[in-house]
Design a protein around this ligand. Structure first.
Ligand SMILES: Cc1cc2nc3c(=O)[nH]c(=O)nc-3n(C[C@H](O)[C@H](O)[C@H](O)COP(=O)(O)O)c2cc1C
Length: 369
């Protein structure tokens, strides 16, 4: 059958073999707490690439040490980290997938325990650090952050640019700025976490200033050929006080002008307790609205778990591409499976796996050994 999901897509100079992509997923697995990725990342992200994804987006990766969500999260602010990422990227490329990295700063949600080893903020004596944010307003249950000065905000912008340069040197094809899920940039965007009275607080123009400066900086470093995505929380799910879909539509047009190519449309994460109507494809309407009303490409994410569901989203024009997270954790070959579900033949089954294609017959296999 003809499939939009499994047709190639070009953004700037990068061609993706399909539009079913791996959503960024924190692994909290840099065991030496040095932000250097290792075998875990090679095996995990590598298996997604073997499994047919068009793009494998690496997890939230900090642009400065204090921007890590936890002490076990990866970074890309120094040479060892860049080299370690290159090994992962080279393997992803060897499997025909493109590699992306989500550049991130966790702000007041930094320095936390991984969920299997504790709760809340890691104190300094256990390897944690004092966090930073637009305003000294704590995320409920976490330590209070320091408000950033204007100079420190400029340092953050610079750090995103430097990390972008390192990511490109490591071979990444796509850069994504993480502006979602209640992390630093989202903390600036939402009036619920930003009560500044300077150029970075108050009006939506001011609250969006950090993100737009980051996107301009990253675009300037990346040049005209590199796809640049921005992940946003389209809504805080805390209307009318919080960040809303209307705000996202406004922001999307500014992001396009600043040099972003695609809005990766997630939601929530700013505050606990928001009432979120979670269900299959529940964030797809946001991707569709942002695309329709601002013209920028969007990607949809959230409970997208099979081929026909993903195909409908891109074929109907609700989004340009689909990110899937947990379905790739459950089944790293999700993309190959989705192609099978749609009756599409792809030519990128890894050769050593070909005797295991969905329509291979066990009897044939036995007789060949
Ligand atoms: C283990 C795990 C780690 C995650 N880490 C990140 C992350 O680093 N950055 C991000 O933007 N979203 C992160 N997410 C959210 C996913 O990218 C995705 O948006 C979410 O899981 C919904 O999609 P799904 O229903 O396909 O899993 C994470 C999700 C999971 C399950």
């Amino acid at each position: 059958m003809t499939s939009v999901l499994f047709s190639p897509l070009s953004i700037r100079s990068t061609e993706f073999r399909n539009r079913l992509w791996v959503s960024p997923m924190c692994q909290y697995s840099c065991e030496d707490r040095d932000g250097v990725v290792g075998d875990w990342h090679l095996a995990t992200l590598g298996s997604f690439a073997q499994g047919g994804a068009g793009l494998v987006m690496a997890e939230a990766t900090a642009v400065v040490p204090e921007g890590r969500i936890s002490p076990w999260c990866p970074g890309i602010w120094e040479d060892d980290q860049q080299e370690a990422w290159k090994r992962v990227v080279d393997f992803i490329h060897s499997q025909g997938a493109k590699a992306g990295i989500q550049l991130a700063h966790a702000g007041r949600k930094a320095s936390t325990y991984r969920d299997w080893s504790g709760h809340g903020s890691v104190p300094v004596e256990d390897g944690g650090w004092t966090t930073v944010a637009p305003s000294p307003i704590a995320f409920p249950g976490y330590a209070e952050p320091n408000g950033l000065s204007t100079d420190e905000i400029n340092d953050v912008v610079y750090a995103f640019g430097q990390s972008a340069a390192r990511a490109l040197a490591a071979g990444f094809d796509v850069l994504e700025v993480h502006a979602a899920h209640g992390y630093l940039i989202h903390q600036f965007l939402s009036p619920l976490s930003n009560d500044r009275t300077d150029d970075y607080g108050g009006s939506i123009v001011n609250r969006a200033r950090l993100l737009l400066n980051v996107v301009r900086e990253v675009r300037a470093i990346a040049g005209p050929d590199v796809p640049l995505f921005v992940r946003v929380s389209a809504t805080d799910w805390l209307e009318p006080e919080g960040w809303t879909l209307e705000d996202t539509v406004t922001l999307a047009a500014w992001l396009r002008e600043a040099g972003a190519d695609l809005i990766d449309t997630s939601s929530g994460g700013l505050l606990p307790g928001a009432s979120i109507p979670v269900g299959p494809g529940y964030q797809v309407p946001h991707a569709a609205a942002v695309h329709e009303r601002s013209g920028i490409m969007t990607a949809a994410v959230g409970q997208i778990v099979d081929g026909p569901q993903a195909e409908e989203i891109v074929a109907s024009g609700k989004a340009t591409a689909v990110f899937a997270g947990r379905e790739f954790l459950r089944d790293p070959r999700f993309a190959l499976r989705a192609a099978h579900e749609l009756g599409v033949e792809v030519d990128y089954w890894p050769a050593p796996f070909r005797r295991g294609t969905f329509d291979s017959r066990p009897a044939t296999v036995a007789s060949e050994d």
